[in-house]
Write a protein that binds this ligand. Structure first.
Ligand code: GLU
Length: 515
């Protein structure tokens, strides 16, 4: 495929939802796969919906994801500006061209008149009234009014909008890579406003003009834009750009975890799951909706999870690096059906990535935790602890919860397990184990293992009698990383002292129960 140019075109009307990240990701992968360019265009023509901070948020989110645009306001190419408000002067000529060719018209209707038309139509049994080939005949526009009347109104400076002239009864066909041919009846379409009385284009005109001028080859966007596409197809035709019209691909929606409808910010708040890449602080309410970054996600794991919402590689492979995704990605393997959002699966992805992440990186991000607690440690020891712990972590921040025993004596013990295991002759026999472990010269995991196995044989004990007790003594809990390696890293001195100290505590716990 030659000259692939795709764009992500968010409107800064709020934080980037994960649906937006998925759109950006698919555009990015498609561009990289075909050696093309990935553009970021900010669609800010609707000043009434502008939310301060939203554009910065979008940039920061894309940066965190590693989806760096090849062209954007920050990194302009030859097709700038990349913010529609800065391209304002450019659109008017196309609106005028459309009026001149009869494919668009002036409309002077006031909001009250529009409302009245809708009410009348509803009374006549039309459930969703449109401004279309029928109703426009009765409205105040340049197709219904005389040329003189129109001129008079224009001369008087009366406010107007420009609407697209949608044909009365025609099939408008859209080719979509994911859905095939999608056919719309023009009688069902609205004569959309393409240019507003404030001198700004609407989304439809600005989007088509920019996609054309920026030489966009493929429009990859969310399914919610499919109903607008026939209007765009008409605009390409009316502007004489049909030959270079981009190919369309509308990505399936991300659904609520139960599959009932589109995933929303409210679902995130209700279910306590993030639906934004980064924390978002609502500028009006000050409420914070949590993001994947702050929840401890690794960007690659987040993207890996996102791409699977709608796409599959056609193989069993689930874990992909970004270069592997670029290689495997294709629009044809995206399904039409909405994809249920599964936060647990997202956590699983993070866990998989964490396992393979360099322990030094995890260590680096947890040093402040140790510093805050006033714990002194050696770098090498911390890294070895993380080597053992990372299999058991879902998030980088789980480190202290799963591994505090590497840095301080257990302050609590799993009492239920203590009661279950600290019984019969075990308390007495563990004195023997403590003695034999303290006589080890080389406190390696192999030597510890041999010693413990010898102890079990001597006393005819099973793994289940010994290992949980030993683990409880040195870590306070019943499960954790490979036990002998934990003991080796803690070192003989700590292991022996913890064995000694815990015996007393275990006796007290069991005595409490019997009292
Ligand atoms: N500005 C639209 C949005 O906010 C862009 C839709 C499109 O990609 O055409 O998603």
């Amino acid at each position: 495929m030659s000259n692939v140019r795709v764009r992500f075109a968010p409107s800064p009307t709020g934080p980037l939802h994960i649906g937006g990240v998925k759109t950006a990701l698919c555009n990015y992968l498609f561009a990289k796969k075909h050696g093309g360019q990935f553009l970021l265009r900010i669609e800010d023509t609707d000043q009434t919906r502008y939310v301060s901070g939203a554009e910065d948020y979008i940039l920061e989110a894309l940066q965190w994801c590693g989806l760096t645009p090849d062209e954007s306001s920050q990194n302009p190419g030859e097709y700038g500006p990349y913010r529609q408000s800065e391209r304002k002067e450019l659109y008017r000529q196309y609106a005028d061209q459309l009026v001149e060719s009869g494919n668009a018209y002036y409309a002077f209707d006031t909001p009250e008149e529009l409302e009245e038309m809708r009410e009348n139509m509803k009374k006549q049994g039309v459930p969703s009234p449109q401004y279309n080939a029928i109703t426009r005949q009765y409205m105040k526009n340049s197709l219904a009014l005389s040329a003189d009347e129109v001129q008079k109104r224009l001369d008087a400076g009366e406010p107007y909008v420009i609407r697209i002239n949608v044909p009365r009864n025609e099939e408008v066909k859209v080719h979509d890579t994911i859905r095939g041919w999608v056919v719309f009846q023009s009688s069902q379409l609205d004569d959309k406003v393409i240019f507003k009385s404030d001198g700004m284009p609407t989304y439809h005109l600005a989007n088509v003009v920019d996609d054309h001028l920026m030489k966009i080859s493929h429009v990859i966007r969310g399914e919610e834009w499919l109903p607008s596409t026939p209007i765009h197809v008409l605009l390409y035709r009316y502007l004489g750009w049909e030959d270079t019209m981009p190919e369309f691909a509308h990505l399936p929606l991300i659904l609520k975890p139960d599959g009932k409808g589109k995933l929303s910010k409210r679902d995130g708040d209700r279910l306590g799951i993030p639906v934004f890449p980064l924390d978002w602080k609502d500028p009006e309410t000050g409420n914070i909706s949590s993001g994947f970054r702050e929840r401890g996600f690794i960007p690659e794991a987040f993207l890996n999870m996102m791409v699977f919402l709608g796409w599959n590689p056609g193989t069993e492979q689930e874990i992909f690096t970004l270069p592997e995704l670029i290689e495997a990605f294709s629009l044809e393997r995206i399904g039409k059906a909405g994809a249920k959002f599964d936060y647990e699966k997202g956590k699983w992805y993070n866990q998989q990535y964490l396992k393979n992440l360099d322990s030094k990186i995890i260590a680096e991000q947890n040093k402040s935790v140790l510093d805050e607690k006033g714990i002194t440690y050696e770098e090498g020891y911390l890294i070895k602890a993380i080597d053992l712990l990372k299999e058991r972590m879902t998030f980088i921040s789980d480190f202290w919860e799963v591994g505090s025993f590497f840095f301080q004596n257990p302050s609590e013990y799993d009492e239920k397990l203590v009661r279950k295991k600290w019984k019969d002759n075990i308390p007495t026999l563990f004195d023997d184990l403590q003695t034999s472990l303290s006589s080890l010269d080389n406190f390696t995991h192999e030597a510890i293992e041999t010693e413990i196995k010898g102890f079990m044989e001597r006393h005819n004990l099973k793994f289940g009698d010994v290992l949980p007790v030993f683990r409880l003594m040195i870590s306070g809990v019943g499960a954790g990383p490979p036990l002998f390696e934990v003991a080796e890293l803690l070192g003989k001195e700590h292991v022996i002292s913890r064995m000694g100290a815990s015996k007393e505590i275990f006796n007290t716990i069991c005595a409490k129960e019997n009292a």
